[in-house]
Ligand binder design. Sequence first.
Ligand code: ARG
Length: 274
Amino acid sequence: MAETPRRTATRRHYLMCRPTHFEVTYAINPWMNPEKPMDADLALAQWERIRDLYLGFGHEVSYIDPVPGLPDMVFSANGATVVDGKVLIAKFRHQERAAEADAHRAWFEARGYTDIRVPRYVNEGEGDFAPAGRRILAGAGFRSDPGAHEELREFFGLPVVGLTLTDPRFYHLDTALFVLDEDLVAYYPAAFSEESQDALRRLYPDAILATREDADAFGLNAVSDGLNVVVTETATHLIDQLRERGFEVHGVDMSELLKAGGAVKCITQEIRRP
Ligand code: ARG
């Protein structure tokens, strides 16, 4: 039997937004149904559990104030992409979320970040952009404008690998792929075009491949610090593989935020310092 690799965590800084005003009042992805009941207290408890896990791992968590009338603002990963202390603000595809970008811009400005770019093209932050070591994986197909990939490359000065999403249920890259460490990812192949599947196979020959059930359970909307992986507990096949590869898995219930089409990664923006 192959030896289990030894994993190490690195300390992270996350930006989260309390789900105070979380609701499903419109439908901009196939998971959202405003008719379906949602338990706001349970949503908050599920969010707090994840925040407490991060604090327990020794990570730093900052908070952006929730804004009334922006029910999806809990998905803080969408507000900006931060690499090397440089901040690329989002520009949302849907009018319903547009004002979230201004709140993120104000948050970073108030904290002394100076290298802040307000983009020309639609991008939804880490929804479609996944920094992985010294490259950035970038999704398109449903939300980000393909022009955003060039803007991303130029602003951060890092190579960008464009990936095309083809299944509307996996409308953001972070619903179909997550970064485990600098050179390891997990993904659901069928969410991507043939060319993008080829590109992923070439870049990550030992990637963890998720099943349809894992992807439907939002198992790929997970967060890794290199050792600990916070993931929806129903993604059982993926969880088995993560354990086999030496990761410590922390399974969570995300039933309420899933009603808006989001899970662990969506509520976690990573602030990457230089
Ligand atoms: N309701 C939100 C939307 O459709 C969910 C965003 C989830 N966030 C994410 N990073 N995938 O925009």
